[in-house]
Each structure stands twice: as structure tokens, then as C-alpha cells.
Write a protein that binds this ligand. Structure first.
Ligand code: DAH
Length: 347
């Protein structure tokens, strides 16, 4: 059977389509249901057996040729449409693109990442704990007595089920010791716990209801206050980007004995006295102390054999000192102009 007449006819149809819509109609006519090309291919079954192979081959070649012609015509219409769009009045292809507005890291995240890197380089492991905490881990395990004012609802967000929003990261001390000693682990133990904490606090320049701490815990044989001071000095030197002097004053926290307030020499006046350090030359930076035997025992560690130190750094406080930020409310105020001043991009 001669297919050349059909070929001419179909190629002419395609060539004659004036636009994309007309071409789509030709496509349907040839390849849709009962499409002419498909019908031709199918008609092979009505032929005598000996004619079938030759016809089938010719019909398939023709089908492919027509498909190709359709595709070429379609691409031509698409290219024309794009060109029209690009040259339409209000589109200027030479206009520079809009710069991509990438986010930057929050200053607390920047400092937290640096601290985690630093402590990891000193052999600490990072731990995590729940923000919804039990009374036991937040208070009892830490030797905080039942009548301690921190337990009052003026200080702590209590939940209806008796749990609470953790008021500090210290509960993760006992959680971590318990988890490790359960599996037969023995000190040395060095952990840091960055995390968010909550207090029922009236918000002002220096107080937030949600804030970030970084807890540290070291347990080993013969751990001393000297180890604590050395570790804190190393850490503050890196974070404040300068050499630092520190001093310890007594501070009371039920989960350490002795407990300290650690001060750093004022970065603003270098120790001479200024309004930031209230003329004292020192700034209170973090509470710390030697881990109380009760806490070690709760964690499954024998206080006769091991000692340890712990610290609880208020991350906002460190960030404020480092960047000279004077209002803690900036951190969660959502003012993009504040946030854009810290240009570190996410890693
Ligand atoms: N958890 C205490 C708080 O939030 C801070 C603290 C004090 C943590 C002394 C410690 C520590 O690890 O040794 O007020």
C-alpha cells in the first residue's frame, strides 16, 4: 500500500497550522482517539499475512516522522511565545535580578555554636533534655528542698499534669548521669547542655520568661576548684575574644557545695570601674560550684570516689557582653534590623 499521499497530506496539515492551538487540533486529528495515523498503523491487522511485515514497517516509520514534525512545530511555537513574552512592553530582560535575601544566624545561636565547638574540643559531649520536665529532675534530684521559693508558681510555669517548664538546664545533669551509669558507665564525664529554659518572670531589660542556658558538668577523680576556674577562663577568653581575669564569690545553689558566683573583669572599662560594672570593675557572669554529693548519688555515682564541678551559663548574658547589647528583650523582639547586624550565615 502506498502511504506517500497520506504522508504529504499530514505533513501539509502540520506545516499549515497557524498557531499552537491549531497545531494541537492537528495533533488530535492524527494521534487522538481514532487519530488518522494510529488508524493507519492499526490497519495492518486487516491485511493478508504476507503483506503485513512490509506495511507495518512503513507505517511505523511514517508515524515516527509525523510525530517528529509535530514536535518540531510545537517547539517553534513555544519559542515564539517566549520571545513575545520577553519583548512585551513591561518586561525588561536587561534588568538585574532581585538579590536573594538569605537569613543569618541569631546571635544566641552564633555564640552557642562557638561554645559547643570549644567544649567539644576539650572533650565534652553535648547532651539534650526535655523542656517539659518533672518536679523530680528540676528540683528534687538537684537537692532543692520542697519549700524552696523557686518551686513557687511566681517563679515556675507549672502544667496541669504536675510537670513544669524547666527553669534551668541543670536537670540534664542527673538525667545524663543516670542514663550513662545504668549502662555501667564510669566517670570521667564531661557534658555540656545548651537549651531553652522558662521562668514566670516579669519581662524587663534584664529578664525574659524564655531564655537560654548552657549547663556544664565534669565528674572525675580528684576534680577541684582549680579545674573549674581553668575551664571557665578558657571558655570566657574564647567567647569574649580577649584575655580575662576571673574571681569567685560564694553563691548558694543547693546542687553545689561550695557554690560560687564567677565574675569576669569588666570588658567595658577593663576593671577601672564604669556604669556597666557599677564602678566595681567586675561583672557577674556565671554561677558554678562543686557538685553536691546528693546530685552525684541521684546520678548513680559514688561521691566517695568521684567529685565534679558544674556551671550554668546564661547565654543571653554572655551574648550581651560580647556584642554590647543592653536590652535582653531584643533577642526575641523580632526586629529584623537588630537581627541583621549579626551577619554569620547558617552552616
Ligand atoms: N541552674 C542554676 C540557675 O539556673 C544555675 C547554676 C548554678 C547551674 C550553679 C550550675 C551551678 O550548674 O553549678 O539558676
Amino acid at each position: 500500500m502506498d502511504t506517500s499521499a497520506k504522508r504529504e497530506q499530514w505533513l501539509a496539515l502540520i506545516a499549515g497550522a497557524a498557531d499552537a492551538d491549531a497545531l494541537a487540533a492537528v495533533d488530535r486529528q492524527l494521534f487522538g482517539q481514532k487519530g488518522e495515523v494510529l488508524e493507519l498503523v492499526r490497519s495492518v491487522t486487516s491485511l493478508p499475512k504476507e503483506e503485513r511485515p512490509a506495511f507495518g514497517k512503513a507505517a511505523n516509520l511514517l508515524k515516527r516522522e509525523v510525530e517528529q514534525a509535530l514536535a518540531t512545530a510545537r517547539e517553534r511555537f513555544e519559542a515564539e511565545a517566549l520571545k513575545r513574552e520577553l519583548t512585551a512592553g513591561d518586561f525588561d530582560p536587561t534588568e538585574p535580578g532581585r538579590p536573594w535575601q538569605g537569613g543569618t544566624l541569631h546571635p544566641i545561636t552564633i555564640v552557642q555554636n562557638e561554645l559547643v565547638d570549644l567544649f567539644q574540643s576539650m572533650g565534652f559531649r553535648q547532651e539534650d533534655g526535655p523542656e517539659i520536665e518533672s518536679e523530680y529532675y528540676n528540683f528534687d534530684a538537684l537537692n532543692i528542698p520542697g519549700d524552696h521559693p523557686a518551686r513557687e508558681s511566681q517563679d515556675t510555669f507549672w502544667l496541669d499534669d504536675g510537670n513544669l517548664l524547666r527553669t534551668h538546664t541543670s536537670p540534664v545533669q542527673v538525667r545524663t548521669m543516670q542514663r550513662l551509669t545504668k549502662d555501667g558507665f564510669e566517670p570521667p564525664l564531661r557534658v555540656i547542655v545548651p537549651g531553652r529554659c522558662f521562668r514566670c518572670e516579669t519581662v524587663d531589660k534584664t529578664h525574659e520568661h524564655s531564655f537560654y542556658q548552657m549547663e556544664g558538668l565534669v565528674v572525675d577523680r580528684d576534680v577541684s576548684v582549680a579545674n573549674l576556674i581553668h575551664t571557665m577562663k578558657t571558655c570566657l577568653r574564647v567567647i569574649l575574644e580577649r584575655d580575662v581575669e576571673v574571681r569567685l564569690r560564694p553563691g548558694f545553689f543547693p546542687f553545689v557545695e561550695p557554690g560560687f558566683e564567677l565574675d569576669v573583669n569588666c570588658p567595658f572599662c577593663g576593671g577601672k570601674g564604669c556604669s556597666v560594672c557599677k564602678q566595681s570593675g567586675w561583672i557577674e557572669i556565671l554561677p558554678c560550684g562543686m557538685v553536691h554529693p546528693h546530685v552525684l548519688r541521684q546520678g548513680g555515682i559514688d561521691p566517695e570516689e568521684f567529685t565534679g564541678f558544674a556551671f550554668g551559663m546564661g547565654l543571653q548574658r554572655v551574648v550581651m557582653l560580647r556584642y554590647g547589647i543592653d536590652d535582653i528583650r531584643q533577642f526575641m523582639g523580632g526586629d529584623i534590623r537588630f537581627l541583621q547586624q549579626f551577619s554569620e550565615v547558617p552552616r
